[in-house]
Design a protein around this ligand. Structure first.
Ligand SMILES: *[C@@H]1O[C@H](CO)[C@@H](O)[C@H](O)[C@H]1NC(C)=O
Ligand SMILES: *[C@@H]1O[C@H](CO)[C@@H](O)[C@H](O)[C@H]1NC(C)=O
Ligand SMILES: *[C@@H]1O[C@H](CO)[C@@H](O)[C@H](O)[C@H]1NC(C)=O
Ligand SMILES: *[C@@H]1O[C@H](CO)[C@@H](O)[C@H](O)[C@H]1NC(C)=O
Ligand SMILES: *[C@@H]1O[C@H](CO)[C@@H](O)[C@H](O)[C@H]1NC(C)=O
Ligand SMILES: *[C@@H]1O[C@H](CO)[C@@H](O)[C@H](O)[C@H]1NC(C)=O
Ligand SMILES: *[C@@H]1O[C@H](CO)[C@@H](O)[C@H](O)[C@H]1NC(C)=O
Length: 819
């Protein structure tokens, strides 16, 4: 949102507040605790200072209030967990209101929301003896009757989330927010089982608790009629309240936690635990268990591969969805294509077959019914037909289905498919030739490498190192050179020329007596003893790679800790990328691409090829340095923390630079090398766009670059993503490769992000880049910050004061997503 838009909202807000004050004796002041009385009425504006919240539970863990939706000018009435801002219930998720619309708890006992005078949501409890509204410590919003009975409760009207002690029974339904394909998912108890379905016409189940092997059976037999989250399990009961099954969704088991199960818009049920102190920990146990076992794993017709990629099945020429349905086409422009017997679909395990027949009968029934889009046939005679289909998966061992997919065809297309057989053999030959060529090349390279190694070993030591040794003495073998503080003081002319300031301290330019240029980093806030420091330095010092800045030496005297690096003539990438209007020199596309590739190689080496796995944790353009020939080298690695392979995933103490942080930093989930992949993705986008991820000097729809870029990609306007100052050959497909890779890297879900090695392969063109999944989700947590800044505005200052740049920036930052 731009500054002016915000300002106009603010002015509108202050007006409405005035009007309201004049009009009615409004509810106001501090939020109510525990209970609201009949006759309450208010709008968002009355509670701006309290982030829109007007009713707190006695324990202050939950609150009822207004929250903005994706469109920050539209609001919903929600119950949320205060500490984490997780919304556990919404009154009007699909029917949003404006900031000036009223919530009313009428004297007749009805609670309702109105928009422009008409009621858009109501509890329908008029004249039923309701005497109060209470928000219980469990998060349940209830309307209490004159005999203390519960007349209405939010727990009986769930939206997409369940919390501890909320009974989920037959007839209730969780529905996810629709994803960008306008597809939503639902959870229901049906036919004695708990079923997740994609809301196609008709709905397609893709997971059932009764089929999940992680479920623990407590009592055999019987139909599930209710389910409840309790501690760290989800428990399932029959009619007589006998526990049939339970499912352990977290290994944590604290007494004081509230479990949360949310049906997300990608079709997963995600579990988390809310601590009483407001902390929140996401569980790593998802439903369904396998990322590929759901229709939204990839776009329709794509095959979900394990290593988080989506491929169009080879039998299909393209997986792009046609806007015309098969029924609108003539019979002979539609063809049922054999997709082989290695594919499967998530619904197959769960739904009953459409018919029992043989393969030909099955094919015929799909061909005859114009709305049939895909069919699967099992030897047992089971024939499955689908009108709509999500992404496919590889068949699990044991069950093989013959799969056929309907495609649109035309004269030339038909001929092509006719020649499918010879096509295949041709492909095989080409592949064999390529593989043998590659093997030969690798063989040669390896031999060369061995020879080189031997030669290197034969030499005494590199001249550079020995000269340093002569000057400064005491070189422990394997360790980088130890420098004396005095020598570094002289080399840097008493730290007079500052090159920059990073997260760990300032960097100074220096030169050795022999003319070698240095970059000397004075570390700050490193509370480590000499020994530990030396141990870490020795590890960092041993890491050598073309795309990593080399550590030459170090100094540890008294409290001083310094690192001595090779000097990079062209400084850091940000200096070249974000120059505005300085015309003279710009990085051209080839240079940028090689910088992107080099950075990826450096990171891949850190993640996968070192003795100890190193997660960088602070990838940003400032930490990508360029040598005299613009070769990219990653700097500052190993400083955040060294991570051994054993302790990966439990890294939570240090934080990288705001702006490039992966969502798991915010949600307190485990940090891994995939967090670097995320930051790399943002840097890659910045390299492509020549601009910062968030730039408030841009018009509002462009200010958050990833969202804008994704939209442009979907609309096929790649040229709007690329730095306008670049001249790019239209046939150069490295541009679209880089863009797609960037979107794979910035997926919210860690497992969807590729490894850095894979990134390198994709950028090098060794392996294809599938179309990236949608990055539709933006966590709800960002809105907490939105409110904080909004009420900072309205709070102390008088309404209508223009907002300072600083505030605008805060707001803008909060809207740029959870980073
Ligand atoms: C909140 O606490 C008050 C005072 O202890 C109590 O009377 C009331 O019933 C509680 N309300 C709820 C909703 O728990
Ligand atoms: C409680 O509400 C019911 C339903 O409106 C009404 O019939 C009854 O008289 C009320 N009781 C009292 C004590 O107000
Ligand atoms: C999404 O689906 C809803 C209901 O199924 C429909 O009303 C709406 O128009 C759809 N939106 C888009 C963009 O297709
Ligand atoms: C909650 O988080 C804070 C800060 O992140 C931490 O200091 C505290 O120990 C955490 N509490 C629990 C119970 O984990
Ligand atoms: C086939 O046609 C019938 C009736 O027109 C329809 O109900 C059904 O959904 C269609 N599709 C399949 C896959 O059977
Ligand atoms: C797959 O096959 C292996 C060996 O035959 C077996 O141990 C494993 O349980 C099978 N997995 C599934 C999911 O059926
Ligand atoms: C047939 O399809 C191909 C692509 O599959 C397309 O290039 C061609 O124009 C189409 N021909 C006709 C006659 O529609």
């Amino acid at each position: 949102m731009g500054k002016w838009e915000f300002l106009s909202i603010k002015v509108a807000l202050s007006f409405s507040i005035l009007l309201l004050l004049l009009e009615t004796c409004m509810a106001g002041g501090t939020p109510n605790v525990g209970r609201l009385n009949l006759g309450f009425q208010g709008t968002l504006m009355n509670w701006l200072d309290y982030e829109g919240l007007f009713l707190l539970s006695n324990n202050s863990a939950f609150a009822l209030g207004f929250r903005p939706s994706q469109d920050v000018n539209k609001f919903q009435l929600v119950v949320l967990h205060k500490g984490s801002s997780i919304i556990i219930w919404s009154a009007n998720r699909n029917n949003l209101i404006q900031s000036s619309d009223f919530f009313t708890f009428a004297r007749n006992g009805d609670a309702y929301l109105q928009r422009g005078g008409s009621t858009i949501w109501s509890t329908d409890t008029a004249n039923k003896g309701v005497v109060a509204m209470e928000l219980l410590d469990s998060g349940n919003l209830v309307l209490v009757g004159n005999d203390s009975s519960i007349i209405w409760q939010s727990f009986s009207h769930p939206t997409d989330t369940l919390v501890s002690n909320q009974e989920f029974t037959e007839g209730m339904k969780l529905v996810s927010n629709p994803n960008s394909d306008n597809l939503s998912y639902s959870l229901e108890i049906k036919s004695g089982d708990v079923i997740l379905s994609a809301n196609y016409q008709p709905p397609q189940p893709y997971w059932a608790m009764g089929m999940d092997t992680r479920r623990i059976v407590d009592t055999d037999g019987g139909d599930v009629v209710s389910a409840i989250l309790d501690g760290n399990s989800w428990k399932f009961y029959n009619q007589d309240k006998v526990l049939l099954w339970h499912f352990v969704f977290s290994h944590n088991h604290d007494e004081d936690t509230t479990g949360v199960a949310a049906l997300e818009n990608d079709g997963f049920i995600a579990f988390s635990l809310l601590q009483a102190d407001g902390n929140f920990s996401a569980s790593s146990i998802p439903i369904p268990p396998d990322p590929c076992s759901r229709p939204a794993a990839c776009d329709p017709y794509f095959v979900c591969e394990i290593e988080s990629s989506c491929l169009c099945p080879s039998a299909l020429h393209s997986c792009t969805k046609s806007s015309v349905s098969f029924c609108d086409r003539s019979q002979d422009s539609v063809e049922l294509v054999d997709a082989g017997d290695t594919l499967s679909y998530s619904a197959l395990d769960i739904i009953p077959p459409s018919s029992k027949t043989d393969l030909n009968g099955c094919k015929a029934s799909c061909q005859e019914n114009c709305s049939c889009a895909a069919m699967f046939f099992h030897q047992s005679g089971n024939c499955f037909l689908f009108d709509q289909i999500g992404s496919l998966q590889h068949s699990k061992n044991g069950t093989q289905y013959a799969s056929y997919i309907k495609v649109l065809t035309n004269a030339s297309g038909g001929a092509n498919q006719g020649g499918g057989g010879t096509h295949k053999t041709r492909y095989v030959i080409v592949i064999v030739v390529i593989i043998s060529a590659l093997l030969a090349i690798f063989g040669l390279l390896y031999a060369g490498y061995q020879y080189h190694q031997k030669k290197n070993k034969a030499l005494p030591e590199s001249p550079e190192e020995s000269s340093e040794e002569e000057i400064f003495g005491e070189n422990l073998s394997g360790l980088p050179v130890r420098f004396r503080y005095n020598d570094l003081q002289i080399a840097t002319n008493n730290f007079s020329k500052k090159l920059g300031r990073g997260g760990f301290g300032s960097v100074y330019q220096g030169v050795l007596p022999d003319g070698t240029r240095l970059a000397v980093k004075k570390l700050e806030g490193i509370g480590q003893g000499k020994k530990e420091f030396q141990a870490e330095v020795s590890i960092i010092g041993r890491i050598r790679h073309l795309h990593l800045v080399r550590l030459i030496g170090f100094c540890a005297e008294g409290n001083d800790r310094l690192l001595v690096y090779e000097y990079m003539g062209n400084g850091s990438l940000d200096r070249w990328l974000f120059r505005k209007n300085r015309g003279e020199f710009m990085l051209d596309w080839e240079t940028r691409y090689s910088i992107a590739l080099g950075t990826a190689k450096g990171l891949a080496y850190l993640h996968e090829d070192c003795d100890v796995k190193i997660v960088h944790c602070d990838i940003k353009p400032e930490n990508v340095l360029l040598d005299d020939h613009f070769v990219a080298k990653v700097s500052d690695f190993g400083l955040a923390k060294l991570m051994t392979r054993e302790e990966s995933n439990v890294f939570t103490t240090l934080r990288g630079t705001r702006g490039y942080l992966a969502p798991e930093w915010i949600t307190n989930s485990a940090i891994s090398e995939k967090s670097d992949v995320y930051s790399y993705g943002l840097v890659l986008l910045e390299i492509i766009g020549g601009r910062r991820t968030f730039d408030r000097s841009e018009p509002s729809e462009k200010s958050h670059f990833p969202s804008y870029a994704f939209k442009m990609m979907e609309e096929g306007k790649l040229e709007d993503i690329i730095d306008g100052r670049l001249k790019i050959d239209e046939k150069d497909d490295t541009v679209s490769t880089a863009i797609k890779v960037a979107f794979w890297c910035i997926q919210d879900k860690m497992f969807l992000r590729p490894s850095m090695t894979k990134v390198v392969q994709m950028l090098e063109g060794i392996c294809p880049v599938p179309p990236p999944p949608r990055c539709s989700q933006l966590g709800s947590q960002r809105y907490a910050v939105f409110f904080r800044s909004m009420s900072n505005q309205g709070g102390g200052a008088s309404p209508g004061t223009p907002m300072s740049n600083n505030d605008a920036h805060l707001l803008a930052t909060s809207l740029s997503g959870p980073r």
